[in-house]
Design a protein around this ligand. Structure first.
Ligand code: ZN
Length: 507
């Protein structure tokens, strides 16, 4: 919002209200960050209530008819501005959010928030006990509430559509299914070809790597990638995430396993990718609905771009591997770069989505996406979910599950939020990350050789210029069109997988 130009008084009024709402939401996010990092267990119940209180006040303020009136009053003004001006974009995106928010009763938000906390607790106990039956009634309630949520937006083609649209605006169950079918058809032969070869020995990543050294090394890496520690920090948690309280305070969290070098390092780079996006947003958008990533797919494209296209590339390790060897001389001193590179890119049909490699990862996501659509449709009952899950892992990944702990109970999704709207973003993100990276390299062919020298500036600046600064100004589809001149396509992702793994596995 150009400061020299006089701002429309109604827009100023709207911005003042939006700032207050943003501040309440940021305070709730900070309470969550504290809960997930430093809060003693004793605070759990009160903290859940405190967050729900803040979010409910924010929701009530945002759905106040006065906001709707301001948005109405600003229609002519908005129409007089260019579509992609900051002001028109702010009004457009706020109206989109407002029209959605007014359809959700505040009582539902509170009810769902309390239920999620209960369901999460039940899952946290059920998982180690391998006891799906204990969490089943909670999950049934989650499904009922997820359907209730979808039904606040009648007129959908598929009941999952309102939930998908909320996270990935412009996508529907049908369009995601079509894209996933193409992707599956292209990926399965590659996975089969790799599976027919001997398994790569990745034991070099599983000796003992003391936590403090791992953390110090990761911090050095992400500083070099461009994560701004004046506007962020990293702390330890159980399930790593990125969170933001303002464009000047974008935090990441990590977890480290001493016997698995993959875990801490790549999840740190992953969360850094999310954080670089948020740190790169135009600071003029501060405290408005424009000041965040535009969709869950685009957000994930940034974490995966930095994690995989950069962090798992040979170029990257040509620069960083000697430094890593210097940190862990007894563990890696005699391990060649080639052996290390193969280990971090080992492809294996495995049980756990979050540990999966780049090639098989999307197969996990597609199973989850299909199952959640079936649950929402009512063609699959919650009590039959473990069996359906096991059957899909057998048919799609050739895996016989030993238990539900590493099967249907394996991660918090579904047990700490809605069923629906979450999984498509992970795979959309992978597909987009390839499109964006290809576009960056096309515009700046020197990027791979710069990565080899530990120089990430050209890539980071290109992403800031073309993606980050815009926040939510453009939708995912608009962004892809602006950046690549085309539409969402699986081709760059499949080309990348074929090239990289074709070389690694001599396909
Ligand atoms: Zn992510």
């Amino acid at each position: 919002m150009q400061t020299l130009e006089k701002i429309h008084p109604k827009l100023q009024e709207l911005k003042t209200s939006l700032t207050e709402i943003n501040d309440l939401e940021s305070a709730a996010a900070l309470l969550y960050w504290d809960q997930a990092t430093y809060m003693p267990d004793g605070g759990t119940a009160a903290r859940g209530r405190q967050m729900a209180t803040l979010r409910q006040i924010a929701h009530t303020k945002f759905t106040d008819p006065a906001i709707g009136q301001l948005l109405e009053d600003l229609r002519d003004y908005e129409a007089s501005l260019p579509y992609d001006s900051d002001k028109a974009s702010l009004i457009r995106v706020t109206r989109h959010d407002y029209q959605r928010a007014v359809k959700i009763p505040p009582s539902f938000t509170a009810k769902f928030s309390y239920h999620s906390a209960e369901c999460y607790e039940a899952w946290a106990k059920a998982r180690p006990a391998n006891n799906f039956a204990a969490v089943q009634p909670y999950l049934e309630k989650t499904l009922e509430l997820s359907r209730e949520m979808a039904n606040f937006f009648p007129g959908y083609e598929h009941i999952a559509d309102p939930l998908i649209e909320d996270a990935d605006y412009g996508m529907k169950a049908k369009s995601v299914r079509a894209l996933f079918a193409q992707l599956r058809a292209a990926l399965v032969p590659i996975v089969d070809a790799i599976a027919s070869q001997p398994l790569v020995d990745a034991s070099v990543l599983h000796s003992s790597f003391p936590e403090a050294e791992q953390i110090a090394f990761s911090l050095k890496v992400i500083k070099q990638l461009g994560y701004d520690f004046q506007r962020g920090r990293q702390d330890k948690t159980l399930h790593p995430f990125m969170t933001k309280f303002s464009i000047g305070d974008v935090r990441i969290t990590t977890r480290v396993k001493e016997n698995d070098l993959n875990e801490g390092l790549f999840s740190t780079i992953h969360e850094t990718g999310h954080a670089l996006y948020e740190q790169g947003i135009n600071r003029e958008f501060e405290a408005t609905p424009l000041a965040t990533g535009t969709s869950s797919g685009v957000h994930e494209s940034q974490s995966r771009l930095w994690e995989n296209f950069v962090g798992r590339s040979r170029n990257f390790w040509q620069f960083f591997y000697p430094q890593l060897q210097a940190v862990f001389p007894s563990q890696l001193g005699n391990v060649s770069l080639d052996k290390f590179y193969r280990a971090i890119n080992k492809v294996e049909r495995s049980l756990i989505r979050t540990d999966a490699d780049e090639v098989t990862y999307n197969l996990h996501v597609m199973i989850r996406f299909d199952l959640e659509l079936q649950l929402l449709e009512g063609s699959l009952a919650v009590r039959d979910l473990p069996e359906a899950w096991n059957e899909r892992y057998r048919s799609d990944l050739g895996i016989i599950l030993p238990n539900d702990t590493d099967g249907v109970l394996q991660d918090v999704h579904w047990y700490g939020g809605m069923i629906g709207g979450m999984f498509q973003g992970y795979t959309l993100g992978n597909v987009m990350s390839a499109q964006f990276f290809a576009a960056a390299v096309k515009a700046n062919p020197e990027i791979p050789s710069q990565i080899e020298k530990g120089d990430f500036n050209t890539l980071h600046n290109w992403l800031k210029e073309n993606i980050y600064q815009h926040g939510r100004k453009y939708t995912a589809a608009e962004l892809i069109e602006r950046v690549t001149g085309g539409v969402l396509s699986i081709d760059p992702f499949i080309n990348y997988i074929q090239r990289k793994y074709g070389e690694l596995y001599a396909l």
